[in-house]
Design a protein around this ligand. Sequence first.
Ligand code: NAP
Length: 397
Amino acid sequence: MNTTGLAVLGSTGSIGRQTLDVVRSNPGRFHIAALSARANVALLLEQINEFQPELAVVGDETAAAELRQAVGGRLRVESGRGGLCAAASLEGVHTVVDAVVGFEGLFPALAAISSGKDLALANKESLAAGGPLLREALAHSSSELFPVDSEHSSIYQCLNRRGRPESVRRVFLTASGGPFLHLPLEQFADVRPEDAIRHPRWNMGPKISVDSATLMNKGLEVIEASMLFQLPGEKIHVLIHPESVVHGLVEYDEGTQLAALFSTDMRVPIAYALKCASSSGSAVSLSSGVSFLDLAAQGTLHFFAPDMKRFPALALCYQALEEGGTAPAVLNAANEIAVENFLHRQLPFSAIVQVVERTLQVHEVRKIKCIEDVISTDAEARACASKLCEEYVSEIV
Ligand SMILES: NC(=O)c1ccc[n+]([C@@H]2O[C@H](COP(=O)([O-])OP(=O)(O)OC[C@H]3O[C@@H](n4cnc5c(N)ncnc54)[C@H](OP(=O)(O)O)[C@@H]3O)[C@@H](O)[C@H]2O)c1
């Protein structure tokens, strides 16, 4: 059997490390052609020694110099956005796993599509900021996009079973509700970064953990679902499901709901995306290395509607999706800035959504025609949100 060449971007992060676990669980199925990290050179070096890629990418030239010295000419080392795009379009790569966190993930996603690579996309910020561009690029490419996010993987799998579109009445994204599902609203102001990143169900990177605590993550996923499955916001619903066993559902006109269930472990949707990408439609099996779900042991499952008052981020995401154009990119950029400030203890938890809301209020929505539009919108929104964070701090000091 031929091995499938992978570029794993963001390989030192939560999704990146779990992708490499799936590769380990399937010896002889994949070879790693490229790996990337931003600053964690020590872990990247361990991964290089184990997987022997031909290209490694780091965030900047300082980290690149450190890595070049450590690898001593054994492989090519690149940095920054250009490096990520080089890895995403490298000859010998069949599938790009985009597990970079944040806006920067958009660029290798576009590069992968324009060079005809399959894309296993975990990076949801790219779909929020540049969804229309990714769709347009896919329409002109032989590349296929396979969602890695558990909810979107589930919906993708359900849609594949029954086929789609006209008869799809609604899709449902489930949400665990995060660590503050039952926290009284008046205590939100006192939440510390270490509380917010302690997710009850998933072990994830810090940014997505904070997004899960505000429910911004679920809102970004609503935008992601709209871009991936070309559905309007009113057909995309969120269900709080604390056990995180059912990940996504599709409801058809006659009343059937199809759901995908699996253990709370991202290696399952990662393995599914890699299986789809590497099999070109043929029935091959791939192990996720995850224990199978035991529903009898699980017993009871709960579902309820989200509390939009305590979690206003969700409503804000629906609003940005409805406004369209540059609005989702502004929301995404403002959120990245506000979360970063919160993680550095420079903004209260409860102000994250306020900063995003005020950034959206002052923005005049425009159409996105090209990548330059997205880049300038992102920069504008970041500058505005940073200023709002500073003002917020000076107001409360
Ligand atoms: N974790 C999950 O369970 C999960 C589930 C669904 C979707 N996702 C999505 O998957 C993406 C990754 O999430 P994660 O939890 O794996 O994040 P993470 O643990 O923070 O890892 C992020 C990875 O991206 C690298 N990185 C960070 N900033 C970068 C930049 N500016 N340029 C290039 N590389 C950069 C990091 O390198 P360093 O290690 O050197 O900093 C790391 O390898 C996010 O978009 C998230 O929303 C995650």
